[in-house]
Design a protein around this ligand. Structure first.
Ligand SMILES: [Fe+2]
Ligand SMILES: [Fe+2]
Ligand SMILES: [Fe+2]
Length: 280
């Protein structure tokens, strides 16, 4: 099999990992606090690792990781139905990985896909168990439908964080040097924390996180990437700062200040990287 075909298959797997992450985060945030939500979030983190490994493998083969979102199963109002959807999503993933393992002859890629497959089999069993657990424990969707100014601001934050997670991950995969790769990856992980904090705050206040993203910068030169990253960080640091001033809720103020300060740190890190990139 030629490289182009392998890249296409791996990108298909990557897109489906992306879909799984968002499906599971929606379910974890919808359930709110508790053991099951934590376990579902842990599964979403496994899928993030898969996404990362697949993207690195694609880059190593000379390809570009896709940012498209693959299959999601988001129907159902009962949490048991959500868990059934998750079981089915894992079944689809297991079948697809098995197929790709049989199609691809590169031993290193085969080994990677087998590694991922073993996780998906474990996830499948976890979700099958959660179908019963959700029913037995009466676990339900705790999201509300608040659309006030705070809820809108928090959803704007969720959208921003999701966008920069994708952007910094893509930039880290395409970055030519190790330091930039590592820093972009680190900041992407920090943005994942932000997304989680904002979504939980939103659900706690009777809202509903809409996990959608906007346009991602697709520059290919490191200096151009960093320009775009600094630009978005400056805008968002300003917006979070404004939100801090506008809220009277001390808990929310603290949360938004913490995120804003993280964004300011991101600007400084990216500025240093940009200076180095421009000197080269
Ligand atoms: Fe999985
Ligand atoms: Fe952030
Ligand atoms: Fe940031």
């Amino acid at each position: 099999m030629d490289k182009e075909k392998i890249i296409a298959l791996l990108n298909q797997d990557l897109q489906d990992e992306h879909g799984a992450i968002i499906q599971y985060l929606n379910h974890a945030y919808g359930i709110g606090e508790g053991e099951m939500a934590c376990e579902i979030e842990a599964i979403a983190r496994d899928e993030m690792r898969h996404l990362d490994w697949l993207a690195e493998a694609i880059v190593e083969l000379g390809g570009t990781p896709s940012l498209e979102r693959g299959t999601m199963r988001m129907g159902g109002t009962l949490v048991t139905d959500w868990m059934k959807n998750d079981v089915q999503l894992e079944e689809g993933a297991i079948a697809q990985y098995k197929e790709h393992i049989s199609l691809i002859d590169d031993p290193k890629i085969k080994r990677l896909l087998r590694r991922i497959l073993s996780d998906e089999e474990a996830h499948h069993d976890n979700f099958a168990h959660f179908v019963d657990k959700a029913k037995k424990e009466g676990i339900r969707d705790i999201r509300g439908s608040h659309q006030d100014k705070t809820a809108q601001m928090l959803n704007w934050g969720v959208e921003h964080e999701y966008t920069v997670i994708l952007q910094y991950l893509l930039h880290s995969y395409l970055a030519p040097d190790e330091e930039a790769k590592e820093q972009l990856q680190d900041q992407a992980i920090n943005e994942m924390q932000h997304l989680g904090w904002l979504a939980e705050e939103l659900v706690g206040g009777g809202g509903r996180p809409e996990i959608e993203h906007t346009e991602v910068d697709r520059s290919t030169k490191l200096a151009d990437m960093l320009w775009a990253d600094i630009k978005i960080e400056k805008e968002v640091a300003k917006a979070y700062d404004k939100a801090v001033q506008e809220t009277d809720d001390p808990g929310l103020k603290k949360l938004l200040s913490r995120i804003r300060d993280n964004e300011i740190y991101h600007i400084e890190v990216f500025n240093d990287l940009l200076k180095e990139a421009e000197e080269k």
